[in-house]
Design a protein around this ligand. Structure first.
Ligand code: F6P
Length: 362
């Protein structure tokens, strides 16, 4: 049995440990693993001999602790309606003597995997995205590491914020879903959290910040408490407006790159507050060594994905539901993204997290 593994979409900490887990399990079972470089591109083009690399047990030690993807990622869409390359994928499966593909990715990479699987390509999936917005799984690789970076970064910017009594916007990723902002902001005790799922008015934001400052002043806490930290997701936007785009380029799945909402909001608040600052975490939140959780779950996802291949359970992905490792059909990921339930988890008055079930709803 010869298995190809690929990583698609944006990189996320946990990809390499998952690859290490796949190789570890495949080695136990006597299977061979090859890395398919640059995501679906390795199978979707013909001039691809340099896209395939053998992955033996010697990679496990190194891959197990590294962020990013040692076999590179791409946003190639092999089943794009404008340029469908299903036939080339099938040709390449034969050319590289692949019995199965394990695709590690988010909604786009796994969405393509599902379409290919329906068309007879033997593929299974492993969910990854720092955004944790995939339907069908409570966990996606990369989320925990990014969350830890956000929490630590909020602490760092608080030094500057405190020193200058500043309203500080910390922008984090999260295109459709605000999980990173919500849970990162919650962990950092942020004063305001802005998420894509809830559109707000600039007047509301100003009044919430003034109320927070008044509370601090009324308690006579001193100048050092006047600073405020706002964690804002890149996809958050003012009502009636669209999310702020970094540029006008579209990827093969039809997405714009987002970024800059923190800077935009800062510019709108400058006349109301003396000191305002903005920092976008951008790739710093993705490019960290994987946390224990991302390594452990990555490794286990890797083992389970090989097991799925062994059982011939194609068209499925490994997932976590109710803290248990489960198997779900890949078609799940093509449903709408898993968003923050605003009514349950978000306080629209205070523009912040609502903590009602402290031990649930993580
Ligand atoms: O999909 C995961 C993600 O981290 C999103 O939050 C973000 O919009 C996107 O990737 C940005 O990725 P890139 O700039 O690499 O295309």
């Amino acid at each position: 049995m010869r298995i190809g593994v690929l990583t698609g979409g944006g990189d996320a900490p946990g990809l390499n440990p998952a690859i290490a887990g796949i190789v570890e399990r495949a080695t136990m079972d006597g299977y061979e693993v090859v890395g398919l470089k640059r995501g679906w591109q390795a199978l979707a083009i013909r001039e691809n001999d340099n896209h395939v690399v053998k992955l033996g047990p010697e990679i496990i030690r190194e891959y197990s602790r590294l962020g990013g993807s040692k076999i590179q990622c791409s946003r190639t869409n092999p089943v794009s309606p404008k340029n469908d390359r299903t036939d080339i994928v099938k040709e390449n499966m034969k050319k590289f003597k692949l019995d199965a593909v394990i695709a590690i990715g988010g909604e786009d990479t796994l969405g393509a995997a599902e379409v290919l699987s329906e068309r007879g390509v033997p593929v299974v999936g492993i969910p990854k995205t720092i955004d944790r917005d995939l339907t069908g799984t409570e966990y996606t690789l990369g989320y925990d590491t990014a969350l830890n970076v956000i929490c630590e970064s909020a602490e760092r910017v608080a030094h500057t914020a405190e020193s200058h009594e500043t309203i500080f916007f910390l922008e984090v990723m999260g295109r459709h879903a605000g999980w990173l902002a919500l849970r990162g902001g919650e962990s950092a005790f942020a004063d305001v959290i802005l998420i894509p799922e809830y559109t707000f008015s600039i007047q509301k934001l100003i009044s919430v910040l003034k109320e927070r400052q008044k509370e601090t002043d009324d308690l006579n806490l001193g100048f050092e408490h006047r600073y405020k930290i706002i964690v804002v997701a890149e996809g958050a936007h003012i009502e009636g407006e669209e999310a702020v785009r970094r540029d006008s380029k579209l990827d093969e799945f039809g997405h714009y790159s987002l970024g800059g909402v923190g800077d935009y909001l800062k510019s709108l608040l400058e006349h109301e507050f003396k000191h305002t600052r903005y920092t976008a975490l951008a790739y710093l939140q993705r490019g960290a060594p994987p946390t224990q959780r991302d390594r452990q779950i990555g490794r286990r996802f890797g083992h389970s994905a090989v097991e799925l291949v062994k059982q011939g359970k194609f068209g499925h992905m490994v997932a976590v539901q109710k803290s248990k490792l489960v198997v779900v059909p890949l078609r799940e990921v093509r449903k709408s993204p898993r968003l923050v339930d605003v009514d349950k988890l978000y306080d629209k008055e205070r523009l912040n997290v609502k903590i009602e079930n402290p031990l649930l709803d993580t």
